[in-house]
Design a protein around this ligand. Structure first.
Ligand code: TYM
Length: 346
C-alpha cells in the first residue's frame, strides 16, 4: 500500500446459517466502522466457502446468501459506500484459487488449526472431509488477493488463514511477479476479537455448544433474555481468586455491548468479591444486547433490506467487481506464462 492511498478493505461471511453476535462483534461492526471512515470497502458473501461442508449440512446457499446481505444492510452497510457482492458471481475467483493452489504447500494447510479442529469434529461423526475443506485458506486467499486488499477485518479464528494469504502473496511476488504484484493483507486490529459463547464452551459459534450458546441477530427479545439468564456462571467471586472462565465470557460480552462505566461498575463488584449480583449483571447484559439488536431487527424488516432489493444489488455489484478481477487475473496469467490466455481473455 502506498502511503497516500486509502487502504482497500475486504471481508466476508459464509452463508451457513443465521448471523450471530460473534459475527457482529468480531467482524460486521468493523465492516461498518471502516466504511464510515471512507475507505474503499468490499464486503461479500462467501457462498463457495459454505460448500466446503455442503455434503453434510444441506444448506440453501442462494437463500442464505441473500439473508446475509439483508443483515449486512440492517447492521449499517450502505451500498452507496461499500461494494457488497456474492463470491460465486465473480467467476475469476475459482481461477485464482486454482493458480494459487499451485504455490501453496499442502502440509501448511494440514497444519491449520481450523482444519484440524473441523476434521476431529467430523471424523467423530463419521462425516466426509472434502478437498475443498483442506483448501479453504487458498480460496480465502483468492478472495483477498484478487482485488489486492490491504486490510481484512476478521475475528480471531481467521487470523491463521490471513497469515496463509500473506505467505501465498509473498511466494507469488518472489517467484512470478512481473506485471502483477500482490499486496500482503493484514488484520484491522492488533488484537482481533474472540466473542465467547454463553455456555462457557469456547467461542460463540453456530456449531459449538448448542443453540443456547449463541445469540442470533434474529432472536426474539424474549429468547435473548432467556438465553442470557440461562448463561453459565459460577457460585460467586472468591476474594483473591482469578475470574472463572464462564464469568470471563459474560464480562467479555458486557464489555462488548455495554457503556464502559457500566462494565467497570460490574467489574468492580467482582473484584471486591461482592455476592449475589449475577442476576442484575445478566439483566444488564440482556438489556444492552436488546438495545443493540432491536434497531437492527427493525431495519432488517424495512423495504431497504428486502429480498428484491438485495437481489438487484447483487446483480449490479457483480458487474462492478468482475472487471477488477479480470484485470488482475490477466496480469497474473501473463506473469505465470499463460501468454496465449492473457492476450485473448477479456
Ligand atoms: P464465518 O462465516 O465463519 O465468520 C464470519 C466472521 O465472523 C467472525 N466470527 C467471530 N469473531 C469473533 N468471535 C466469534 N465467536 C466469531 N464467530 C465468527 C469470523 O472471524 C469472521 O470474521 N473464512 C471466513 C469467510 C471468508 C473470508 C474470506 C473473510 C471467506 N473468504 C476473505 C475475510 C476475507 C469466515 O470465517 O466466515
Amino acid at each position: 500500500m502506498e502511503n497516500n492511498k486509502s487502504p482497500v478493505i475486504l471481508s466476508g461471511i459464509r452463508p451457513t446459517g443465521e448471523i450471530h453476535l460473534g459475527n457482529y462483534f468480531g467482524a460486521i461492526q468493523y465492516f461498518v466502522k471502516l466504511q464510515e471512515q471512507g475507505h474503499q470497502c468490499f464486503y461479500f458473501v462467501a457462498d463457495l466457502h459454505a460448500l466446503t461442508t455442503a455434503m453434510e449440512d444441506h444448506i440453501d446457499v442462494d437463500k442464505n446468501s441473500v439473508e446475509v446481505v439483508r443483515w449486512y444492510l440492517a447492521c449499517g452497510l450502505d451500498s452507496n459506500k461499500s461494494t457488497i457482492y456474492r463470491q460465486s458471481d465473480i467467476l475469476e475467483i475459482p481461477f485464482f484459487n486454482l493458480l494459487l493452489g499451485m504455490i501453496t504447500p499442502e502440509g501448511e494447510l494440514r497444519r491449520c488449526t481450523t482444519y484440524k479442529d473441523k476434521v476431529a469434529d467430523m471424523e467423530g461423526k463419521r462425516k466426509m472431509v472434502s478437498l475443498g475443506l483442506l483448501a479453504y485458506p487458498v480460496l480465502m486467499a483468492s478472495d483477498i488477493l484478487f482485488c489486492n486488499a490491504d486490510i481484512v477485518p476478521v475475528g480471531e479464528d481467521q487470523l491463521q488463514h490471513l497469515e496463509i494469504a500473506r505467505e501465498i502473496a509473498r511466494k507469488y511476488n518472489h517467484h512470478f511477479s512481473k506485471k502483477h504484484k500482490f499486496t500482503e493483507p493484514r488484520s484491522h486490529l492488533v488484537e482481533a476479537v474472540r466473542v465467547p459463547g454463553l455456555k462457557g464452551e469456547g467461542k460463540m459459534s453456530k456449531s459449538v455448544g448448542g443453540p443456547d450458546n449463541v445469540i442470533y441477530l434474529n432472536d426474539a427479545p424474549k429468547e435473548i433474555k432467556r438465553k442470557v439468564m440461562a448463561a453459565q456462571t459460577d457460585l460467586g467471586p472468591v476474594a483473591g481468586e482469578p475470574m472463572t472462565e464462564s464469568m470471563k465470557g459474560i464480562y467479555k460480552l458486557l464489555e462488548l455491548c455495554a457503556p464502559k462505566a457500566v462494565y467497570e461498575d460490574y467489574l468492580g463488584r467482582y473484584e471486591r468479591a461482592e455476592q449475589r449480583f449475577y442476576g442484575d449483571l445478566k439483566k444488564e447484559l440482556a438489556k444492552n444486547i436488546l438495545e443493540l439488536v432491536e434497531p437492527i431487527q427493525q431495519r432488517y424488516q424495512s423495504p431497504d433490506c428486502s429480498v428484491e432489493r438485495v437481489k438487484a444489488l447483487l446483480a449490479e455489484s457483480a458487474a462492478k467487481v468482475r472487471p477488477i478481477a479480470k484485470t488482475n487475473l490477466r496480469n497474473m496469467l501473463d506473469d505465470m506464462n499463460f501468454k496465449h490466455l492473457a492476450q485473448t481473455y477479456n
